[in-house]
Design a protein around this ligand. Structure first.
Ligand SMILES: C[S@@+](CC[C@H](N)C(=O)[O-])C[C@H]1O[C@@H](n2cnc3c(N)ncnc32)[C@H](O)[C@@H]1O
Length: 160
């Protein structure tokens, strides 16, 4: 099992936490960019991320392409994502904020259809499961989800 993140500090906390959860499982912690993983093509059995790609901003699609490269054939990417509806005013406001901050792609990465297209371009089979849905609450400093609007947390499974 290999855990990766850009940040050594995040990996340090992950390591301490995981050692408490299950000290018997060996995990290698590697600081690297998810758009340029230090692994060979077709070498990994599963890629799994907890909202990691969404936190990479406009680089999400590059991360997904890289996951497809390192995965063995028939193996899967498990990508936890967030969905919003495109029409409401809150989504439109977020879209404007992303565009003004050179992150226009981010507005696409919270739309189910668009996320499916990106995964389908790089994988054979794509499916999803909604794990939570509700109305966003206001948290100072948080852009997502948008207060007062529907959102869902979902897991996309993409098989190579
Ligand atoms: C939701 S946090 C996950 C943190 C931690 N791995 C965990 O599971 O608790 C998202 C992480 O994405 C990392 N990140 C952002 N851009 C990245 C990139 N290009 N490659 C790898 N990690 C990146 C950030 O450093 C941040 O720690």
């Amino acid at each position: 099992m290999i855990a990766s993140d850009l940040s050594f500090q995040v990996l340090m906390y992950d390591r301490v936490k995981f050692a408490k959860i299950n000290p018997r499982i060996k995990v290698s912690y590697i600081a690297c960019d998810a758009t340029n993983l230090a692994f060979k093509d077709n070498s990994i059995d599963m890629v799994c991320t907890f909202v990691g790609y969404l936190n990479m901003g406009k680089l999400m699609e590059k991360g997904i392409i890289e996951a497809a490269r390192v995965l063995k054939p028939t193996c899967s990417l498990i990508n936890s994502v967030m969905y919003m509806n495109e029409d409401p005013a809150g989504y439109q406001e977020l879209k404007k904020i992303f565009e003004e901050n050179d992150m226009a792609a981010m507005a696409q990465y919270i739309l189910r259809d668009r996320l499916f297209e990106i995964h389908q371009k790089n994988f054979k089979e794509v499916s999803d499961q909604i794990t939570y849905e509700g109305i966003g609450e206001a948290f100072e400093g948080d852009l997502l989800p948008y207060a007062g609007e529907w959102f869902a947390d979902a897991i996309i499974t993409a098989e190579k």
